[in-house]
Design a protein around this ligand. Structure first.
Ligand SMILES: C[S@@+](CC[C@H](N)C(=O)[O-])C[C@H]1O[C@@H](n2cnc3c(N)ncnc32)[C@H](O)[C@@H]1O
Length: 215
């Protein structure tokens, strides 16, 4: 149901590279972990990625499973789980086309991931399957990007590009994320991520990645 454009690789095809940029982002973390703990039953983390939310939930004793379309993201999640002595139950599937034997007290789709349902058919399919996979009084929770009128009214290719840099706490290195090319699609940017050493010298290593990111 969900089709990916062919021009550039998805940012989700290398879980370790994805983590260079996004694994320490606290967005929604406390909210979703608290929700999962309060669910008092099994939890499904849809589009779980590299486990930014799922692993802290497991560490908090939540009975949680993860689902994601991209095997490289799940591979990175498994490796991180193994390093913590955890073996998460993971499913590789499209969120608009999945079938699991269990029913859940909480299904969550954190960090704007619902937008990866690329068509209205996929969005409705995902919502329908979530309902089918919920226990009778279960809840579905997701967050999604709500752009400003100014943002959506700016024609494709003319939005100002932004560059963000922040420290990676564990290594003292810097990471830089910069949209580096416009896409013909209004909702996609090519993104280049690089890791620099503590004095700001850019790495020329393969950790410099370019991929597409859907906003
Ligand atoms: C922005 S990441 C969010 C990851 C994680 N939920 C978090 O909070 O860190 C979006 C995730 O959606 C996954 N994804 C993209 N399209 C998908 C689809 N059609 N079905 C399931 N997962 C998908 C990607 O592999 C990626 O892990």
């Amino acid at each position: 149901m969900n089709e990916q454009p062919a021009s550039l690789p998805s940012v989700f095809e290398d879980g370790d590279a994805y983590d260079l940029v996004l694994k320490d982002i606290p967005y929604g973390l406390d909210f979703y972990v608290a929700l999962a703990r309060a669910a008092n039953g099994p939890v499904l983390d849809i589009a779980c990625g590299t486990g930014r939310i799922l692993l802290p939930c497991l560490q908090a004793g939540v009975d949680i499973e993860g689902l994601d379309l991209y095997e490289p993201m799940l591979r990175t999640l498994r490796a991180k789980g193994a390093a913590l002595g955890l073996s998460p139950r993971l499913h590789q599937a499209d969120m608009s086309d999945f079938s699991l034997p269990r029913r859940f007290a909480l299904i969550m789709i954190p960090f704007n991931a619902f937008i990866h349902n690329m068509t209205q058919e996929a969005q409705i399919g995902c919502l329908r399957l979530c309902r089918e996979h919920l226990l009778p009084s279960g809840n579905l929770t997701f967050d999604t990007f709500f752009p400003s009128l100014e943002f959506v009214s700016t024609p494709s290719g003319t939005r100002p590009t932004t560059r963000a840099s922040n420290a990676v706490p564990t290594t003292d290195s810097l990471r830089h994320v910069a949209p580096s090319a416009s896409s013909p699609s209004a909702s996609r940017s090519a993104v280049r991520a690089e890791v620099a050493d503590p004095v700001g010298e850019r790495s020329t290593s393969p950790s410099a990645k370019i991929a597409t990111l859907r906003w």
